[in-house]
Each structure stands twice: as structure tokens, then as C-alpha cells.
Design a protein around this ligand. Structure first.
Ligand code: ATP
Ligand code: MG
Length: 313
């Protein structure tokens, strides 16, 4: 069956009359031929297409948004160092893991998809997960390997993870409407929302100093929305984040100064921040800082076929 998001625009926008056909032509003239193509393009870019007014763009986005829901269906397709996180991720709060590439952020996200479903300490019952993927690095097969490690059924694990790919920072924000609707629809069933990674699309959509203020404003809106959703529906939010060179640290004695991106806005929004760095081979070191109820603490873990696991000492 043809996926909804691959359908050509005419199909579901119900565009038949001449005026709308002309709009479709304009979209096609710049290479936007599918609903997915619309989702991948920001409002601002659409407004720049000659002959498309802001009102038109709103209409087009709305029509594409309706199709999006079918994409947000079940993908047929606890926890990092329990000693670090005390057996569960904090509900009603945002937990952020940042680190350089290959430090295990995506592997940790996959592991959490499974462990969040398992009952844990303190009467934690486990529940469903929503995964928003901004880098196209989600692999359902990884969940199967991780499920094996915890002796749980593949299909059950996959059925409990709703997957959505975000194409632009705007799209990422729009998906939160569907996240909230889903949390509401199946009250109490969802325990965790994962965004891997929170900043990647912002980095693409806003470039340079000139657009930094706007980026941070949009980011603040998204984080505020995330915080409210997590409190309203009593779910944990886990986001990953990337790092960048820190020119401001030039005077310190760090050999290779790097800092997480997102600035103060993200730093303040995250209740708990975990930094990940490489150790020997597949070993990684996680350090908790900025936690309201946990001491600063380091733990070494390993990336294994079965997901993130305690390092064998
Ligand atoms: P990026 O910033 O590029 O997104 P990341 O922090 O998300 O990086 P991951 O993709 O989580 O990094 O981690 C990559 C590491 O995970 C690699 O070192 C890789 O060898 C390891 N890895 C990936 N899949 C497996 C697997 N099935 N078994 C063991 N290790 C794996
Ligand atoms: Mg990754």
C-alpha cells in the first residue's frame, strides 16, 4: 500500500478547481510534488514561492497536516545506567543527553524505547513510547535486539512505540499537537516521549548569528510546549542534543572545548542534563549534572547489541 505521505498532492488536498491546480503547478515548479515534500518545506520557504500568499501557504500546510495523522500511526515496524538514573526517568520533566557524534545518544534513545515499557522500581508500571526522529536514524530492528536482551516479545515492543519522522523544526513543533492528542486519546498509557535530536533541525532551518534570536525564540516555544505536555499527561520527555566548538572557552585549559547547543534556553528547560563522552572502544562515560535530586555522578556504560548496558568492570 502506498504510504499516505507519498501520495501526490492532488489526491488528498482535494484540489480540483483551476485556482488550486495553478497552486499545485507552482509547487511542482520548485520540485514540491508530494505531501511529504510540503512537510519538508518550511512556511517561510513556501511563502517565497512566487504567487503563493501567506494565506495560501496556511491552507496548504493545513491540508498537508491532515494527511500527517496517518503517518503518525503505530510503527508496524527505566534504563541507562540504572545506577545513574535511580531506576527511572523523571516524569513530568525534560531529561537531556548531549554528546559528540557516536557517543551513544541514539542507542540510548532506542534502549529507552524498550526499558520504558518494562515495570520498574517504585511501582513504575511501564508504558508506551512516542519517538520523534529528526535525523532518520531510528531502526526498528535495533528494538528487536534490545527486546531480546530483556526477554520481551518483538511485536509487543514494536507495537508500543509510535514513530514519527520530523522534517523541519516547524514540522517538529506541529507533531507535538499529535503527540498531545495521542496522550489524551490513550490516557495514562504513554510514559515517555523521545526526541532524537531536539536541535538538529533548528540548526538547519536557522543559520548564522542573524537568525539566532529567532531560532532561540522558536526553541523556547517548543520547550515550553514539551514541558506542559509532560506535566499534563504525566510523561517523561527525553531529548538528545549535539555539541559545538566553544570559542568562549578559549581561556580555559580544556584541550578541545565543546558545549551543547541550544544555549541557556535549553539548559534551563532541561531538568536533568547528562553529558556523554567516549571511553575506550564501545565504552562511554555518562555524567549527570544539573539534576534537582541527584548528585553529580559519573558512570561508565557500554554500547552492546542489546542496547546500553552497564560496563563489565
Ligand atoms: P550522532 O551524534 O552521530 O547522532 P550518537 O551519539 O547518536 O551520534 P549512536 O548512533 O547512538 O551515536 O552510537 C553509535 C555507536 O553505537 C557506534 O560506536 C556503534 O558502533 C554503536 N552501535 C550501533 N549499533 C550497534 C549494535 N547493534 N551493537 C553494538 N554497538 C552498536
Ligand atoms: Mg544519533
Amino acid at each position: 500500500m502506498k504510504a499516505a505521505e507519498d501520495q501526490v498532492v492532488e489526491d488528498e488536498a482535494g484540489y480540483q478547481d483551476d485556482e488550486n491546480m495553478a497552486d499545485l503547478k507552482k509547487l511542482k515548479s520548485v520540485g514540491i510534488c508530494t505531501v511529504k515534500g510540503i512537510q519538508m518545506t518550511t512556511r517561510r520557504a513556501l511563502c517565497n514561492i512566487k504567487g503563493l500568499s501567506e494565506a495560501k501557504v496556511d491552507k496548504i500546510k493545513e491540508a498537508a497536516g491532515k494527511i500527517l495523522y496517518s503517518y503518525f500511526s503505530s510503527s508496524s515496524v527505566g534504563l541507562l545506567c540504572s545506577k545513574l538514573l535511580g531506576g527511572g526517568m523523571e516524569s513530568m520533566a525534560i531529561t537531556e543527553a548531549f554528546g559528540e557524534f557516536r557517543t551513544g545518544k541514539t542507542q540510548l534513545s532506542h534502549t529507552l524505547c524498550v526499558t520504558a515499557q518494562l515495570p520498574g522500581e517504585d511501582g513504575y508500571t511501564g508504558g508506551k513510547v512516542i519517538f520523534i526522529d529528526t535525523e532518520n536514524t531510528f531502526r526498528p530492528d535495533r528494538l528487536k535486539d534490545i527486546a531480546d536482551r530483556f526477554n520481551v516479545d518483538h511485536d509487543a515492543v514494536l507495537d508500543n512505540v509510535l514513530y514519527a519522522r520530523a522534517y523541519t523544526s516547524e514540522h517538529q513543533m506541529e507533531l507535538l499537537d499529535f503527540v498531545a492528542a495521542k496522550f489524551h486519546e490513550e490516557g495514562g498509557v504513554f510514559k515517555l516521549l523521545i526526541i532524537d535530536s531536539i536541535m538538529a533541525l533548528f540548526r538547519v532551518d536557522f543559520s548564522g548569528r542573524g537568525e539566532l534570536a529567532e531560532r532561540q525564540q522558536k526553541l523556547a516555544q517548543m520547550l515550553s510546549r514539551l514541558q506542559k505536555i509532560s506535566e499534563e499527561y504525566n510523561v517523561a520527555v527525553f531529548v538528545t542534543n549535539q555539541m559545538t566548538a566553544d570559542p568562549g572557552a578559549g581561556m580555559t585549559f580544556q584541550a578541545d572545548p565543546k558545549k551543547p547547543i541550544g544555549g541557556h534556553i535549553l539548559a534551563h528547560a532541561s531538568t536533568t542534563r547528562i553529558s556523554l563522552r567516549k571511553g575506550r572502544g564501545e565504552l562511554r562515560i555518562a555524567k549527570i549534572f544539573d539534576s534537582p535530586d541527584m548528585p553529580e555522578n559519573e558512570a561508565t556504560f557500554a554500547i552492546t547489541p542489546g542496547g546500553i548496558a552497564d560496563a563489565k568492570e
